[in-house]
Write a protein that binds this ligand. Structure first.
Ligand code: TEU
Ligand code: CA
Length: 563
């Protein structure tokens, strides 16, 4: 079973700008995180993934880095960082940094030099091309709307940016750039950090020659993700990074890799690949999208059968060959309870059911800040209350296309990344206890009811349920290493899977909807031998497991010992 600490841990993701503000300027910061370490320790998580905290002009909340070896001034100082790392280690927690290797900020000194003239020695740090027929070099579309090319009048050439124009892509064909980035990664490792989440790492390599993508509709730009996602040479780059730098440290790594299935993911995480420990896959994030990528704004209903098919694929293909990173939410996605559960009447049971689902799968579970409280999506009436660059670009693009305001706002309410970025709800005071000042983005109106202080007081809260899930993981190896099998494959409402390790077997029963379907125990399980480990409902006395009626969003996990 090849045990590793990063398989046994639980990761908690912090989006620093929205986590806790220590000085009343309305912006979350490192001292804010420090003040909440006791809360996180109480929850029981052992790895904290902190989204980018490097110096940045903040056009994309830190994913636009202007100095890799400095701290964003709004977040604090390098001394604050060192203190935070020490305090985390003192509590037995580990720190995973979020590193953006695909692009920098347009304010990074490398880019400032690069754009200054065609013969600047740093010109080739980025991707510059001449225009074609009076327009950009090709028709690729940016993740954040419009062309991936931005014209720069200074030299009359275009630079490539897969994300916003404030995030020029680095040129990974340039060995000097690679060396500098390796040195920088090493610099952080020497500080003693414990891992990396490599942002957008699937996109480091672009298709040679930058050819136009097929464009049957003849639009100005087209989604051309296969031109810059998961190309072969990415693996050479990652293997070099591993062999030259990462190999020498006992760390955990996770790459953000959209656009692949489990077989392809093995190229990143397969045992013996010497690349990454795990990757974030997006197949299940595309379940409710009319088409992947930017088509994510066109929301369609998701189906449980599809979810089962996708997750079962990942669970079976990676078993004994790689490792999964399991999540339902992050800072780029809507809130999981609003999307896959019921954020009104059944908010508490459905949030617990979804937590059970994630934590009982094979792989490392990731909790996104506030998920442990059952925080929900937000629906600001006015676009003026939104802050996310992707959302604002989408709004503008659709307005220009003449799409009615109400339709645009409806999509934004469902899918905007700001759903996950409203401030953490700590208590029922003004601004949810996040800040004493004016928050950079409005607090969700439900903070009086949904907040950490209430959750801590209530033994039946979602928080305490998460805590118990984490405790169970530490107690039962089968939760970490057991082999997954799907049961009741065709059932449209219930998701049932088992996990088997030697003599022990888990049976995970999840009712994904508010109906009350009847569950029939699969033949290989013996009712008398099942011990209930956790459930989001009180047990029913004298119940016949052979055939039981599940309550809305009910989740149960049984342990069966076969000896
Ligand atoms: O996201 C990369 C990524 O895959 C996104 O394009 C994702 O599909 C999109 O955000 C969904 O709306 C990473 C970070 O997680 C994100 O916050 C950054 O904005 C982006 O990279 C650029 O660094
Ligand atoms: Ca602050």
């Amino acid at each position: 079973m090849n045990p590793k600490w990063w398989k046994e841990c639980v990761v908690y993701q912090i989006y620093p700008i929205s986590f806790m503000d220590s000085n009343g300027d309305g912006i979350g910061d490192l001292r804010g995180i420090l003040s909440k370490l006791d809360y996180l320790q109480n929850l029981g998580v052992d790895v904290i993934w902190v989204c980018p905290i490097y110096k940045s002009p903040n056009h994309d909340n830190g994913y636009d880095i202007s100095d890799y070896c400095d701290i964003m001034k709004e977040f604090g100082t390098m001394d604050d960082f060192d203190l935070l790392l020490r305090e985390m280690h003192a509590r037995g927690m580990k720190l995973m940094m979020d590193l953006v290797l695909n692009h920098t900020s347009h304010e990074h000194p490398w880019f400032v030099e690069s754009r200054s003239s065609k013969d600047n020695p740093k010109r080739d740090y980025y991707i510059w091309r001449k225009g074609k027929n009076g327009g950009p070099p090709n028709n690729w579309e940016s993740y954040f709307s419009g062309s991936v090319w931005e014209h720069d009048p200074q030299t009359d050439e275009y630079y490539l940016h897969l994300y916003s124009k404030y995030q020029p892509d680095l040129n990974w064909d340039n060995p000097v750039v690679i060396d500098k980035l390796h040195d920088m990664v090493q610099w952080w490792l020497k500080k003693g950090i414990d891992g990396f989440r490599f942002d957008a790492v699937a996109h480091l390599v672009k298709k040679e020659g930058y050819p136009d993508a097929d464009n049957p509709g003849g639009t100005a730009t087209v989604r051309a993700y296969d031109m810059f996602s998961n190309l072969d040479h990415v693996h050479t780059l990652l293997q070099n990074l591993y062999d030259k730098v990462l190999y020498f440290y006992d760390i955990m790594t996770v790459g953000e890799t959209s656009g692949l299935g489990p077989e392809q993911a093995l190229n990143y995480v397969g045992d013996g690949r010497r690349e990454l420990n795990m990757t974030f896959q997006f197949e299940h994030m595309n379940l409710d999208a009319a088409s992947p990528g930017s088509g994510r704004w066109d929301v369609v209903p998701w189906s449980l059968l599809e979810l089962k098919r996708i997750i079962t694929g990942w669970q079976t293909v990676l078993h004994n060959r790689g490792w999964n990173a399991n999540y339902l939410c992050n800072h780029d996605q809507p809130r999981s309870v609003s999307r896959f559960g019921d954020d009104l009447y059944y908010r508490v049971p459905s949030a617990k059911m979804l937590a059970t689902f994630v934590h009982m799968l094979e792989g490392t579970p990731y909790i996104y800040q506030g998920e442990e409280l059952g925080m929900t999506n937000v629906a600001f009436e006015s676009i003026d209350d939104y802050r996310d660059v992707e959302t604002l670009n989408y709004y503008e693009e659709k307005r220009n296309q003449g799409v009615p305001e109400a339709d645009i706002m409806k999509a934004i309410h469902l899918k905007s990344r700001d759903n996950a970025r409203t401030p953490m709800q700590w208590d029922d005071s003004d601004q949810g206890g996040f800040t004493t000042g004016t928050p950079w983005i409005r607090v969700n109106a439900n903070s009086q009811e949904i907040n950490a202080a209430n959750a801590l007081k209530d033994p039946d809260s979602i928080f305490h349920y998460y805590k118990k899930l984490i405790e169970l993981r530490k107690k039962h190896k089968v939760i970490v290493y057991g082999e997954y099998a799907l049961h009741l494959e065709e059932h449209p409402e219930i998701y049932v899977y088992s996990r088997t390790l030697e003599e022990e077997r888990l049976l995970v029963i999840l009712n994904f909807f508010k109906g009350e379907p009847v569950f029939e125990l699969p033949g290989e399980f013996v009712q008398e031998k099942l011990e209930l480990l956790i459930s989001n409902y009180a047990p029913v006395k004298g119940e016949n497991l052979q055939e039981l009626k599940l309550r809305p969003f009910e989740a149960r996990v049984y342990l069966q010992r076969r000896k």
